[in-house]
Write a protein of this length. Structure first.
Length: 118
């Protein structure tokens, strides 16, 4: 079972930046994709961005395209999310997920809180 741990969240002002990290442990050789999601109370988890482990192919949700950048360091089994020009509506708990053995996103950690103040 792959385990994921998110970090890097915090309080930031509108227009500011944060860099989130997602560290993977366990049988990471099985991973073929990782992604970032976010969730606010009472709403469904929202997909933000994904990256393939081999080739680094990325895709983004329209809501963050141009502001957020996903990347990964395979040697360190870590994925990142660089978030720029943050807005109050970006306030949420940010989670990372991964795919291994199936097309299902799983391996959710506790998440990291991002709060954008106006």
């Amino acid at each position: 079972q792959v385990q994921l741990v998110e970090s890097g969240g915090g309080l930031v002002q509108v227009g500011g930046s944060l860099r989130l990290s997602c560290a993977a442990s366990g049988p990471t050789y099985r991973l073929f994709a990782m992604a970032w999601f976010r969730q606010v109370p009472g709403k469904e988890r929202e997909f933000l961005a994904a990256i393939t482990i081999s080739g680094g192919i990325t895709r983004y949700a329209d809501s963050v395209k141009g502001r957020f950048t996903i990347s990964r360091d395979n040697a360190k089994n870590t994925m990142f999310l660089q978030m720029n020009d943050l807005k109050p509506e970006d306030t949420a708990v940010y989670h990372c997920g991964a795919k291994w053995g199936s097309e299902e996103w799983r391996g959710w950690g506790q998440g990291t809180q991002v709060t954008v103040s106006s």
